[in-house]
Design a protein around this ligand. Structure first.
Ligand SMILES: Cc1ncc(COP(=O)(O)O)c(C=O)c1O
Length: 435
């Protein structure tokens, strides 16, 4: 197989996601033959440092030997069994371990992130119906939020590029101000701004709680909004406000969970327990599609009944897939055995130090950082900046995927100092030459 063969065949047979396919007339696909650690290799041995963890999923590198070994072992025991009426060891162990980590006792499984969003929305709606408040059917999300592409998830997403075309298909939802600190007034602190945004949430819910089922948020970092970061006080206040007005709080930790913000779950930094946590992406270390919605005993109990239709009759064929659960268990093992959260703290500090020259570069604005996520805006007049920077990055061995004029790094946690140095130096050179 050669690079050319694969990309030609791919263009003839594969409809690639989130892509205007015609653009590939001039922007070649990047054929990948294999992965190892932070690197992805093409068929000529050319390599790319995966600074975005392959759409934010990879935690411990490509082809991680420990996750590979767990999967090989699982393959010889059980690949999959339907989870309705049946159960298996990996799904039980994973549920127990996630419950111990989150304090939320029941796990409902899906496949991709969007299916977790759908599950959480449906569960919240159905809960209120089961407890005799059928009028609570609405959802509130933050401005610029992203919760996935399926119809329900897109309904609470607020990214015009993805949403506007499908508007006639979508359910109405309300967006309240985002506490993204880039939107603060000059001189206003991130905390004061977050409190001001929480006041706006309170204003909305005080008027509309009777028809609102849940508030859904991406805790601490709104990824698709361009890695918009905000102060944890917003989450603390949102929890209080949701309690006061009897509205569920859904924490969409699909992108930010699994250590990405520096704690296992972003909500920990606000000291809050949401009613629902959605996890996906990194949960399997970036190996297999798996998502899970964790919820409270009281939500679970509202469905527990003699009447079938009071139950949560939602399913996906691959719900709780044994291989995916086993990859997730191996991922949790690595967190424990390697004390990953502590190691990441040092690693993040070294990365931030390495980016000092980038931070003060005249074309760079708002260099920000939460846990293992870094982002900044670039001053440019190029309307195709994202694409041009992506192409220039490839020439420097970097897989970068700018969003508009925002460049971000969300690398696998196995990034080492040598990679950090290469990344910082290459990005600095790109800022000087590629804009
Ligand atoms: C916060 C958040 N929620 C939901 C999703 C949707 O996940 P998936 O693409 O796996 O459906 C994403 C994907 O980027 C996300 O970042």
């Amino acid at each position: 197989m050669s690079n050319y063969d694969l990309l030609t065949r791919s263009l003839a047979a594969v409809w690639h996601p989130c892509t205007q396919m015609k653009q590939h007339e001039s922007l070649p696909l990047v054929p990948i033959a294999r992965g190892e650690g932070v690197w992805l290799y093409d068929f000529d041995g050319k390599r790319y440092l995966d600074t975005v963890s392959s759409w934010w999923v990879n935690l411990f590198g490509h082809c991680n030997p420990r996750i590979n070994a767990a999967l090989k072992d699982q393959l010889d025991k059980l690949e999959h069994v339907m989870l309705a009426g049946f159960t298996h060891e990996p799904v039980v162990q994973l549920s127990e371990r996630l419950a111990a980590l989150t304090g939320l006792g029941y796990c409902f499984y899906g496949s991709d992130g969007a299916s977790a969003t759908e599950i959480a929305l449906k569960m919240s709606f159905h809960y209120w119906r089961n407890v005799g408040q059928p009028g609570k059917t609405g959802f509130v999300s933050l401005q610029n939020s992203y919760h996935g592409e399926t119809i329900g998830a897109l309904s609470v997403t607020d990214v015009a590029l993805f949403k506007d075309t499908y508007a006639p298909l979508l359910r109405q939802s309300t967006q309240v101000p985002s506490p993204d600190w880039r939107l603060a007034e000059p001189g206003e602190s991130a905390e004061t701004f977050a409190l001001r945004c929480a006041d706006a949430l309170e204003q909305h819910l005080s008027a509309h709680h009777a028809e609102t089922a849940a508030l859904i948020v991406e805790p601490l970092v709104q990824g698709a909004a361009g890695m918009a970061m905000y102060h944890p006080v917003y989450l603390r206040r949102a929890r209080e406000i949701c309690n006061r007005y009897q509205v569920h709080l859904i924490a969409d930790e699909i992108a930010v969970g699994m250590g990405r913000t520096g704690t296992m779950f972003a909500c920990e930094q606000a000291g809050i327990k949401p009613d629902f946590i959605c996890l996906s992406k990194g949960i399997t270390g970036g190996y297999l599609p798996l998502s899970v919605v964790l919820t409270t005993d009281s939500v679970y109990q509202a469905f527990y009944d003699d009447q079938v239709t009071r139950g949560f009759l939602h399913s996906h064929s691959y719900t709780g897939n044994a291989l995916a659960c086993r990859a997730a268990l191996a991922t949790l093992d690595i967190f424990e055995q390697d004390n990953v959260l502590v190691a990441n703290r040092d690693k993040a500090a070294r990365m931030t130090t390495a980016l000092i020259d980038v931070a003060v570069h005249p074309k760079v604005k708002n260099l920000r950082h939460t846990g293992m996520i870094w982002a900044f805006e670039v001053e440019t007049t190029d309307p195709h900046f994202a694409r041009h920077f992506f192409e220039a990055g490839l020439r420097k061995q970097l897989l970068l995927r700018p969003m508009g004029n925002t460049i971000y790094f969300m690398p696998p946690y196995v990034l080492e100092d040598v990679h950090i140095a290469l990344l910082a130096q290459a990005v600095l050179e790109l800022l000087d030459t590629a804009i």
